[in-house]
Design a protein around this ligand. Structure first.
Ligand SMILES: Nc1ncnc2c1ncn2[C@@H]1O[C@H](COP(=O)(O)OP(=O)(O)OP(=O)(O)O)[C@@H](O)[C@H]1O
Ligand SMILES: [Mg+2]
Length: 226
C-alpha cells in the first residue's frame, strides 16, 4: 500500500505523522519504505539517526527522491504484499507533491486546526486530488488526520466550524487524533514510537488508531470502486 502525506502548508506534522505510521507498520510486521521527496531531506535524516542510535528496524528502507519521476519509480518498485510505502513531500505546492498524489493508494492530510491549515487542506481534497484522479484514471481516497491537538484545541468552538468546512466535500476525518505529545517531538531524534526505554502508550495507541482508520478508509474506498 502506498500512502502519501500531502498538504501545501509547512509544519502541520506530515513528517512526524509518517514517522509514527512507519513505527506502527513496522511493529505490525510490514516492510516499510520511506520516500523522501522533500529537498530538505528530513525523513532521510531520521533514517540516518535511527541507524546511529541502533534503533533502525531491519524492514525499514529509505529512498531519497529528488524528482517526480524518482518518486513514481520508487513507489512502484517498493510497493507489494505486506509492504507499506510512505511518501513525504514539502509543505508547498510543487511537482513532487503531485507525484505523491499520482502514486498513492490513499492520501493522508494532516491538519492542525488553524484557518491557514484548513484552507491548505481543502486545496488538496478539492483541487489537487481531483486533478490527480483525472490524470491517472482511478479513484484516490483521502482522509484528514488532526495533529498536534491540545486540550485547548479540543474545547475551542472554532474546531466545530473548521471541522464542518473541511468535511464539506465528504472527505472523512480520522476518528483518532494525534495529540500534542513529547513522544512525537522525539521522533526528530533516533527514536521510533516503540524504541524508547519507556514508550508513550497513549501515543502508540492513537497512532495505531490512525493507522487503522486509514486502512478502513482505504478498504471501504476499494470496495465502493469495485
Ligand atoms: N503530534 C505532535 N505533537 C507534538 N509535536 C509535534 C506533533 N506533530 C508535529 N510536531 C512538531 O511540529 C513540528 C513540525 O512537524 P513536522 O516536521 O512533522 O511538520 P511537516 O508538516 O512535515 O513540516 P514541513 O512541511 O516543514 O515538512 C516539529 O517540530 C514536530 O516535532
Ligand atoms: Mg516535513
Amino acid at each position: 500500500m502506498i500512502i502519501s502525506a500531502a498538504i501545501p502548508k509547512g509544519g502541520t506534522g506530515k513528517s512526524t505523522m509518517l514517522r509514527s505510521l512507519a513505527s506502527v507498520a513496522l511493529h505490525r510486521g510490514y516492510s516499510v519504505t520511506l520516500i523522501d521527496g522533500d529537498r530538505r531531506q528530513n525523513m532521510n535524516r531520521w533514517f540516518q539517526m535511527l541507524g546511529e542510535a541502533g534503533n533502525r528496524p531491519d524492514r525499514l528502507q529509505m529512498v531519497s527522491a529528488m524528482t517526480p519521476q524518482e518518486i513514481l519509480d520508487a513507489a512502484a518498485i517498493h510497493n507489494g504484499e505486506r509492504s507499506v510505502v510512505l511518501i513525504d513531500t514539502e509543505g508547498t505546492t510543487n511537482d513532487n507533491l503531485m507525484a505523491g498524489l499520482f502514486a498513492a493508494d490513499i492520501v493522508v492530510v494532516p491538519v492542525y486546526f488553524a484557518l491557514d491549515d484548513v484552507t491548505a487542506a481543502i486545496q488538496i481534497t478539492d483541487h489537487y486530488i481531483p486533478l490527480a484522479v483525472e490524470s491517472r484514471g482511478r479513484p484516490l481516497p483521502a482522509i484528514f488526520v488532526l495533529t498536534k491537538q491540545t486540550i485547548i484545541d479540543g474545547r475551542a468552538r472554532a474546531l466545530t466550524e473548521l471541522r464542518a468546512i473541511i468535511q464539506a466535500n465528504g472527505t472523512p476525518i480520522a476518528e483518532h487524533v494525534l495529540h500534542n505529545r513529547v513522544a512525537y517531538r522525539d521522533l526528530q531524534t533516533g527514536q521510533t514510537l516503540y524504541s524508547p526505554a519507556v514508550p508513550d502508550a497513549k501515543a502508540i495507541a492513537e497512532s495505531e488508531g490512525v493507522f487503522d482508520d486509514l486502512l478502513q478508509t482505504f478498504i471501504e474506498a476499494t470496495r465502493n470502486a469495485a
